[in-house]
Ligand binder design. Structure first.
Ligand code: SF4
Ligand code: SF4
Ligand code: FES
Length: 252
């Protein structure tokens, strides 16, 4: 495909809306070093003026340009054309969410789920000393740019749309972890995480972690510790002891 890199690159864009959608192939001008968003915007300016595409910062900071590039969700502004192996480049919107138009999908489900999480609630008895390791733990989660790539790739949402009414998804678990692990916060969100965001449906496949463009270790640092905290509220040491005794003496 060396010729694609001379002056043009082949690109297939999803065009349309919920009524009708199709892939349309273009030959887009390409300059070495460009990212996918550059090519899409050049295309919009020259051949597809009505193309719907969401972007803001072009610096990997706003999260709005997430799309599926050759089948994998990525930020268009952080994906170099030269890093891709398959041509034409296929670009679609995030497919786990309803299509609005072209490369734009409706991500409001993520905000609806986020609204169930109680906000930061500082304790009156907050510690006077805040340790660096506590700061770092919350700061990792605050790097989230709400691109919803992790939500798009999570199979609990993608393969089971019916879960959208009850499953928070990795982005919202990161949000909850940020506050649950904050040393100044006094709210207990564990029951909500279990019952309203169904964190138990996550089976720790780590696809979300592998796809996060800002490198948040979603599974290891947010989801697993949250699951452990939820297990704590269900653990009753007296019941555990009674079950052990019963096992040894089944006639009791
Ligand atoms: S680890 Fe859990 S939240 Fe992340 S993609 Fe897998 S099932 Fe979804
Ligand atoms: S956790 Fe990572 S992948 Fe998920 S929304 Fe935030 S930045 Fe995007
Ligand atoms: S345009 Fe802001 S992250 Fe890509």
């Amino acid at each position: 495909m060396a010729s694609d890199f001379d002056h043009f690159v082949s690109i297939r864009l999803l065009r349309g809306d919920q009524e009708k959608e199709e892939f349309v192939e273009y030959q887009a001008p390409y300059h070495p070093g460009q990212v996918v968003l550059d090519v899409v915007l050049e295309l919009q300016a020259s051949q597809a003026n009505d193309l719907a595409v969401r972007w803001n910062c072009k610096a990997g900071k706003c999260g709005s340009c997430a799309a599926e590039i050759n089948g994998l969700p990525k930020l268009m502004c952080m994906t170099k054309v030269s890093s891709l192996k398959n041509f034409p480049i296929t670009i679609e919107p995030l497919r786990s969410f309803p299509l609005i138009k072209d490369l734009v999908s409706d991500v409001s489900f993520n905000y609806q789920m986020a609204s169930k999480i109680a906000p930061f609630t500082p304790s009156e008895n907050a510690p006077f000393v805040l340790y660096q390791k506590d700061v770092e733990r919350s700061q990792e989660f605050r790097k989230c740019i709400e691109c919803f790539i992790c939500q798009d790739i999570c199979h609990v949402i993608r393969d089971h749309p019916e879960n959208k009414t009850r499953y928070g998804g990795p982005r919202n678990f990161v949000r909850a972890a940020e506050m649950e692990m904050h040393p100044l916060d006094k709210k207990d969100r564990r029951i909500m995480l279990k019952q309203e965001l169904s964190i138990g449906l996550c089976n720790i496949t780590k696809c979300c972690t592998e796809s996060c463009p800002v490198g948040i270790r979603i599974t290891d640092n947010a989801i697993i510790p949250l699951k452990e905290r939820i297990a704590d509220i269900n653990y009753d040491p007296l019941m555990w002891l009674w079950n052990r005794i019963k096992k040894k003496n089944p006639n009791r």
